[in-house]
Write a protein that binds this ligand. Sequence first.
Ligand code: SF4
Length: 397
Amino acid sequence: MATFSPDALAAKATDIATAGAEPISRKTACRLLRASDDALPSLLSAAQVVRARFKPAVITYSRKVFLPLTNLCRDYCGYCTFRRDPGEPGAHTMTPDEVMEVVRAGERMGCTEALFSLGDKPELLFPQMRDTLRRFGYKSTLHYLEAMCEKVLRESSLLPHPNPGLMSAEWLKRLSRVAPSMGLMLETTSARLLAKNAAHDNAPDKEPAKRLRVVEDAGRQKIPFTTGILLGIGETLEERVDTLIAIRGMHAKYRHIQEVIVQNFRAKGGTPMAHWPEPDRGEMLRTLAVARLLMPEMNIQAPPNLSDPHYADLLDGGINDWGGVSPLTPDFINPEKPWPHLDELRQRTEAKGFELRQRLPVYPEFAEKAAAHSDLLSERLGASADSEGYAQKKRAA
Ligand code: SF4
């Protein structure tokens, strides 16, 4: 194949996309990520051609409540404002009553997802967390999470989606009986970022091999799984492509990755990376388009609140989902970036020519896989999904 400049290659991208459904190669992806902003329209139109073949008319989102079960965490990622040490202002582990109070309020607002996001294994580092868990009657954070997922599943109309960090194969199995889907951001396959002063310095749970093992174990167990990349945390463009290709490879092997999140790094005051440069609009759109060309038939999501006020442009990059959006609870991971109002999200999505539909935490095409894990899940999914597998219209958008 002739060698084109990145811009010339981007100019041909629509022809390449129109000609065939084959994903692009690593080499092409790396070069397209270097295309200039002038070449962006061609690249975006290629991504739109590919998305139109996959899911032409509908953009989905999950109406959720965000439950920060505990913000104690044994890791110290350089960009994180969520985590706390015990005794720090804001350090908190939710009680079962607090969990159910938020869940009930979410039910009243038509939410269908209970997203449990929490720090990774805080009890291994902090005796205070061991005391809290003992007081609640649980041996570990994962035991407590499992019990809360089951409680939500049995006592409410919401479906849990836990994001607890690294899990063993046994824990994946246990949680898969009480949650139709779960997630772990791969973030990056670059082990370089574990080095001194890099983004994952002092974050042992961010070792890429360990995270890939979890994604693979979930695949072996046929668990609908959400993962994704965090772009702009110090990875090279090649490493970014390698991360996307690793996710694509896992899905090719096990067909279990229901959603790939492409999340842009945002610098937060008070963190070691407070002054780290953020990816700009062009870089985010290029990455989305390349992700779409690498993964023509996978659900790709980008969080709208991290690209406000121009988040509707993300649709031009070929995404087909907005992820979880809450009408009730803040984004505790990015509290300075409020989610858009759902009416506005719908208007902006429709203005781009799409229908906005509320999905469950598990995507329609993965619901059958989820239901196979327990009778309880099967029953609850049957009660929550409409005939196409989306969220039933109660107060749905
Ligand atoms: S990003 Fe997650 S793992 Fe890293 S410090 Fe924050 S809560 Fe812990």
